[in-house]
Design a protein around this ligand. Sequence first.
Ligand code: 6R9
Length: 712
Amino acid sequence: MADTAQGTTTEEVEYSEDQIAVHWREEEYVEPPEQFQEQANAGDKSILERFAPENFPDCFVEYAELLSWDKKWDEIVDTSNPPFFKWWVGGKLNACVNCVDRHLESRGDENAIVWVPELEEDETEEITYKELHRRVNEFAALLKDFCGVEAQDRVTFHMPMVPDLPVAMLACARLGVIHSQVFGGFSGGACGQRMADAKSTILVTMDAYYRNGELIDHKVKADEAVEAAKKEGIEVEKILVFRRKPGEYHSESEMVDGRDYFVDELLEDYEGKEVEPESMAAEDTLFLMYTSGTTGRPKGAQHSIGGYLSYVTGTSKYYQDIHPEDTYWCFADIGWITGHSYIVYGPLALGTTTVMYEGVPTYPDAGRPWRIAEKLGVDIFHTAPTTIRMLRKVGPEEPGKYDYHFKTMTTVGEPIEPDVWRWYWKVVGKGEAAITDTWWMTETGGFTGSTLPFLQPMKPGSCGPAALGIQLVIFDENGEEVSKGSGKAGYICIRNPWPGRMLTVWGQDERFIDTYYKRFNKDSNSKEWRDWPFMCGDGAVQAEDGYFRILGRIDDVINVAGHRLGTKELESAAIEVEEVAEAAAVPVVDETRGKVVEMYIALKPEVSESDEDVAKKVAAQIEKDIGKIARPKNVWVVPDMPKTRSGKIMRRVIAGISNFADVGDISTLANPDVVDKIREQVQNAKKERGEDLQELSKKEQEEIATFGEGSE
Ligand code: 6R9
């Protein structure tokens, strides 16, 4: 039982069909450390006043003023054509200048990027702002001259975590070209599909990269991408191949004459070249970031230059408390929105040192992240619950062995279970660092719910209040506002426009409206922004104190005999069992009750108890925390879960397995090979138990196939 529990909520409550049940108890506050309060960027309460709703939209000027503009804006936000709001109208700027050039004078010899290769014996690479400027200019010259790209053309990257990736992104930004980075772990097919959607004919990739100590072939995926794009009518014209090891080539894939080029060879012609930055309109596009669903084409979230950059810079400053002299490490992949906003654009716009790590957290052992932190003097650490769970699983005592000190630690990507939060706080942060649980999504550009690190107390499992200038509201199924402290959950929405929001879904304005606005917009002809709340897609509950607890994606809710259970609550209960490292809940179709819960769990290493005994404990804990109704039909102990690039469990895949249904597209899994393993294990066991499934109706098939499809 949690040490700060304020009583339990085990009694059964009746819920109406449309309401998500909330069984989670509120945790107690944890006060942030005092020693950093003086230096904090958000140090005094006046900031809350400045960003209060009555100061909308002027409050965001504070963020825009953090940037250097070629021309100041004429209008803060144009809301005349909802929901296509435009920020900093009339303003002109260049994102690369803001992230590189403007720091040359004051921080030219300081490190902009510190890159840590996966092999520990390989040298760490330090790239100063001057060096970054040189590399970005040379690559921009190559793109412009050799590839002939022009402002607002699209260039696709399928790159691993190497510094060439931010260099290439910033080179595009310098030219006003739109980049579209596809997560390196995705398949070639997924990359080609995204190229076709963006109508992009240039691919930037790498021959190979390190993963778990092995140099793995990546260029082979480029050939698959070419094929996939071709099927959708796009001919890939040029493939620019970076080489992981200078002068060597580590791929089975042949270089195709007249299409494939080694970047290092091409760059010889551009040595020392400088390229004038394009002065771009604030509402021009900086990049596309694709988010996938199981059905339909992937959606290209189209982010603006001025709005996006101002928002990520402001939130990096106040929520991560980044100062230029900090050493900041966001342990995420740049192929995820977190990497774009909080490895590259936000930190570099603030002129700090941003650390990039090539490999997996546990290579060669679970002490690696803490050794990196110690060696580089990292003082701000940003990562995801999945990484925290993994590090806790394999090395619960490791952080204590290393001499590093964090002032802030951030978590992002999923609700963090209070139990995991406490390990992060006590063991990783050594009780010295403030935690900010930052809730947001690809579409929002930057943080939308969080505490300010040294101003607002933390509450494990809650992200905190709405972020500065963001007006959050929860609606029920009928569009009625759910009041705070009511204990009722609903659909969390953002009431007002904010600068970080995506402009639209690339090439699909209607889909943009349908996905994010249709549900809670009461009058599609209204020209008033207040009539256009943005639906985030998450279920949430707001406590009396205004803090939000995110219950997971709305389409992850499991309906058992009319009780709508949030997956995250079930998983959080399972993880309270000592032996459990990770848990996932999915629905299975059941003859009598419609749907029932099935749990998947992964155990910590060296668990001596049998799988059956742990499974029993999990079932009992869920019954205790949530109620009999949620008692899982089966608890499967599996080696690992299928995960996305950001480490979110792809529940629709395991839901497919549990229901003997199609698992759908798995090209965007970070670890596709676990699918067959789990399928064999679970389906064989089910057949033995006589649980192989009855026919699924069309509606049931659809429900299983799209279960949790909104998660990325
Ligand atoms: C940044 C990112 C978005 C979804 C989002 C929500 C979940 C992200 C969270 C969180 C609870 C947090 N999510 N951060 N849930 N607490 N701190 O993750 O973007 O990959 O688009 O995913 O992630 O469900 O809707 P993206």
